[in-house]
Write a new protein. Structure first.
Length: 146
């Protein structure tokens, strides 16, 4: 199984989701792959935001080697599940879907209505955002195992 996490710049939320899920699936010895991408190209090739790296490290996850990449239409064929952090990301990703099969792979990371808040402009949001992503990641893995 191949899972892609998507946010706006691929430096805050989706790298956290990628790193958390990657470590959890490794601990469960699942033969899955996880990656992340952003719908905007501002940070392509750059590491995750230093605040995301720091909060992940505080909780025992290492995302320091991840690099931002831009979401492109070719990723629909590469991944089984494309999980986006908010409704704007959802809209942007779905615009690139070429067919119904592509659209069926895309959904919000949390639920049909809940979004992961973008912490970029507020340092105080990184901790609660991390905890939200970690909790959902654990539940997501159990859901996808079924």
């Amino acid at each position: 199984m191949k899972i892609l996490m998507v946010c706006l710049g691929n430096i805050c939320r989706s790298p956290l989701a990628e790193g958390i899920v990657r470590q959890l699936i490794a601990e469960k010895e699942l033969d899955w792959e996880v990656a992340s991408a952003g719908t905007g190209n501002w940070h392509t090739g750059q590491p995750a935001d230093k605040r995301s790296i720091a909060i992940a490290k505080n909780y025992g996850y290492d995302i320091s080697r991840q690099r931002a990449r831009l979401f492109g239409q070719e990723l629909f064929d590469e991944f089984d599940h494309i999980l986006v952090m908010d409704k704007n990301n959802l809209r942007d990703v779905l615009k690139l879907a070429a067919n119904e099969e592509h659209r069926q792979k895309v959904r919000l990371f949390l639920t049909d209505e809940d979004e992961v808040t973008d912490p970029y402009f507020d340092d105080q949001l990184f901790d609660p955002v991390f905890l939200t992503i970690e909790k959902r990641a654990k539940n997501l893995i159990e859901e996808l195992k079924k």
